[in-house]
Design a protein. Structure first.
Length: 230
């Protein structure tokens, strides 16, 4: 029989008390000579232990639900802000120039750039009074490996596409030498003629008018025995 004091307890607590009472009865039936006394204090301790266990289980369930909710939440993506810079504009200019050059070509008067051949470049580097600026559009590491056409300056078009758009002071701080003036004539070359074509178009976009390119570029120059400067 469950004491009246337990009627206000939770169901798990009452079940625990019932189990204790049943255990006492079973022990008596097996002829135990030791009397088992269930006091109110023992019942309260059993009820408290059962209630604590029930609360712990509820807390664990809540934690598991929170963990599932965090794992299924949509990831927070950073906001993307569109910023217009000179570099972005210069890169777009390079792509436009390349597309225009590929679609129209530069030979036969279809393009605006002056085309330089191997013989023209040879005469240019041998002219002590030359006023044409030779620009190597490759990356500095490439020049270290192969050398460059004598007298050429290095303006890498891939990593510095904004070189003809920034101020003269910023250009000189970046490269360590003055930028060719817009009145000067410039001729670009690279490794195979692709980057030089883009660089020429980029310079024209930035306001240079006397622009030329050497389509054969370094591969042609090296294959035909052109002089090399390191």
């Amino acid at each position: 029989m469950i004491p009246r004091a337990t009627t206000n307890m939770s169901a798990p607590a009452r079940r625990s008390i019932a189990r204790l009472s049943g255990a006492a009865t079973q022990s008596a039936s097996f002829g135990s000579t030791t009397p088992i006394t269930i006091t109110s204090a023992s019942l309260r301790r059993a009820a408290a232990a059962q209630q604590a266990q029930s609360q712990q289980q509820q807390q664990q369930q809540q934690q598991q639900q929170q963990s599932r909710s965090f794992s299924t939440a949509a990831p927070v993506r950073p906001k993307v802000t569109a910023v217009t810079t000179w570099t972005a504009r210069a890169t777009e200019a390079v792509e436009r120039s390349r597309a225009r050059a590929y679609s129209q070509g530069v030979e036969g008067g279809k393009g605006e750039n002056k085309i330089w051949e191997f013989e023209d470049m040879q005469k240019l580097i041998e002219d002590p009074k030359r006023e044409v600026v030779i620009v190597d559009a490759r990356e500095p590491g490439e020049l270290i490996q192969t050398g460059h056409i004598p007298g050429a300056i290095n303006i890498p078009i891939t990593t510095s596409p904004d070189s003809f758009f920034i101020s003269e002071d910023e250009f000189e701080d970046r490269f360590g030498f003055p930028r060719p003036s817009k009145d000067s004539e410039v001729v670009f070359y690279c490794k195979a003629g692709v980057r030089s074509r883009g660089a020429a178009g980029l310079a024209r976009e930035a306001g240079w008018e006397n622009v030329g390119e050497y389509p054969g570029s370094w591969l042609d120059w090296a294959a035909r025995g052109g002089k090399v400067e390191h």
